[in-house]
Design a protein around this ligand. Structure first.
Ligand code: DAH
Length: 343
């Protein structure tokens, strides 16, 4: 055996040895580079061909080519083996245990305030009312003056009101939406306006600095107190059950004349008196009245031609009563254990 033939054989043996011991694709690739690459050892045999006598060159070429073919064949076989092993490993690592319990999707639900609001909206839209929203940041003028609460009226006491500046405040009631809608001049009006209101109140079981009201307003020709009473009676029966009775107690609100507070017969004891209604048989639910002629005038409506009524309901109060919740704070704390009862 010539020296070159021995060398090629040695290269082939080394290459096959390294292929056998290569345990990943990267190592296999570096075997290719070190034997078959441009600077590889087998390639360098070809490069040294000029030192071989011309008659021996075909032989040497044959040895090198057959060594190259053997190396390539082994490499390809090894590559397939490594590939299969890699895939097996990946499949094992990504195996899905179909016997594991599925992760439950947690789907939320409406807040009790929202449930109560949608109920009130259902009742009034059913009677042909529109739902109109107004701004939470309001002019003092709309919140007070246009509602017949002039500059030095005690209801304006700065203690209960969050002022942003002298003219702008966080609305203390939804009543300013009345003035905004009347000013638009589109008559007749039949609307409710739900929304958030703000008062500088300490938090306790029945108070919060931010709560919700639903305002109601009807303006048309020949609207009377009988319409107001009939409407709110239907509302109370729809909300608390068909046996509910209503009682109108005279009261004072600056923007209505006459004004009243409305009580409903206790839906817990039917009016006999219980802990829920504090023994009286009645529960107060809202304020209302006939829109004051001066308010109509200030909003550009002729009180000789048009009359109307208005009312204001506390949304939280409705939710507390309807779902027998005894502390308003529960509505804001968003404790899932409490809220999930309304699912
Ligand atoms: N805005 C009143 C309040 O916050 C509630 C109210 C009373 C609204 C009588 C009205 C009404 O529209 O006519 O206490």
């Amino acid at each position: 055996m010539s020296e070159i033939e021995l060398k090629v054989k040695e290269i082939l043996d080394n290459a096959l040895g390294e292929i056998t011991s290569a345990d990943d694709l990267e190592k296999l690739n570096s075997v290719r580079v070190s034997f078959l690459g441009k600077k590889g050892s087998l390639t360098s045999v070809l490069k040294s061909m000029k030192t071989v006598s011309p008659e021996d060159r075909p032989k040497v070429g044959k040895w090198v080519n057959s060594a190259r073919a053997a190396i390539e064949e082994q490499m390809e076989a090894k590559r397939k083996k490594l590939d299969a092993a890699r895939l097996d490993k990946q499949l094992a690592a990504e195996k899905i245990d179909v016997t594991l319990p599925a992760k439950m999707k947690f789907i939320g639900h409406r807040h009790p305030n929202t449930i109560a609001l949608e109920e009130v909206e259902r009742i009034f839209t059913g009677m042909g009312y529109e739902v109109i929203e107004g701004p939470e940041i309001e002019y003092d003028d709309y919140n007070f003056t246009k509602l017949n609460i002039p500059a030095n009226h005690p209801a304006k006491d700065e203690q209960d009101t969050f002022y942003i500046n002298k003219e702008i405040l966080l609305r203390t009631q939804t009543s300013p939406v009345q003035a905004r809608v009347m000013e638009k001049g589109k008559l007749p009006i039949r609307m409710i306006s739900p929304g958030r209101v703000f008062r500088s109140d300490e938090v306790d079981a029945t108070h919060s600095p931010s709560f919700h009201q639903i305002e109601g307003l009807v303006i048309d020709k020949n609207v009377t107190l009988a319409d107001l009473k009939g409407t709110l009676d239907v509302f109370a029966k729809e909300l608390f059950g068909p046996d509910t009775k209503t009682k109108f107690r005279p009261h004072h609100f600056p923007f209505t004349e006459p004004s009243a507070e409305v009580d409903v017969s206790c839906f817990k004891c039917g009016g006999k008196g219980c802990r829920f209604c504090k023994g009286s048989g009645w529960i107060e639910i809202l304020g209302c009245g006939m829109v004051h002629p001066h308010v109509l005038e200030m909003c550009g409506i002729d009180p000789e031609e048009y009359t109307g009524f208005a009312f204001g309901v506390g949304l939280e109060r409705i939710a507390l009563l309807k779902y027998e919740i005894d502390d308003m704070r529960l509505l804001y704390e968003n404790d899932v254990r409490f809220l999930s009862q309304f699912n």
